[in-house]
Design a protein around this ligand. Sequence first.
Ligand code: NAP
Length: 257
Amino acid sequence: MDSLLKKRNILITGVRNKWSIAWGIAEAVHKAGGNIILTGQTEREAAEIHKLSETLNSPCSSYVCDITSDTGIRNLFEEIRDKYGELHGMVHAIAHAKAEDLKGDFIDTSREGFAHALEVSAFSLIALSAEARKIMPEGGCILTLTYMGSEKVFRDYKVMGVAKAALETSVYYLAADLGKEGVRINAISAGPVKTMAARGISNFNTILDTVRERAPLGRNVSQEDIGNTAVYLLSDLSSAVTGEILHVDSGFNKMGM
Ligand code: NAP
């Protein structure tokens, strides 16, 4: 496990704080020997993330990237190419919906709110992948984070469920485009984890309790559970896996009655 990602440059987006799923992935990638490159949405966040990375033995580079800006995305990958030469893996762990679209009924989702959620949470994967592939000359692995609210109705997830469905289908189409270049792309469908983004979902504690009560493993998932699966998907252990949505949810998605 210690050397699975040795000498691999892995870009990890979506670290907000130490509770972020992306931070759990960063810790696992670091443990597996990978060089971590982090991004934050603003200068302030990039600085905070850099500080957080100092808790690892070797602090890593952190860059600014707001994925709603094409120029910002292009600049990010130019900076990474200049400093690291090439990229071996990328983690997309970004999602956002407007607060008003996570309240009330789904049917009241605004045109603007729908476009915002889909752009930030799904299109961003396409935009980042299009730049990442250019600095993956030997192939690579891309990973994104999704949630079961794409498959079934979770009443409080609303427009994010639709955004995650678009994200998952984007994984299939990107896998078809990128396979010939040796670039694999997969998604982890994670069980609920208490993060900053999760705070925007009403009744989140009830979701956590339900998973604990009904999942085959009888517990919620940890950042470590997700991080370890991310290492598998970013490493050669998953060399023939692409276009896959892998549930890391204690088996919750398999339960009916
Ligand atoms: P988080 O710590 O709040 O991370 C979400 C990240 O997305 C934040 O760093 C956030 O930055 C970033 N982001 C939002 N808009 C952005 C933009 N325009 N440009 C750049 N970054 C932007 O929450 P998380 O739960 O770990 O979320 C990570 C991923 O896991 C998301 O895709 C989420 O849907 C997915 N996921 C979460 C759960 C869960 O239960 N927590 C379950 C399954 C899947 P700001 O804070 O600055 O907005």
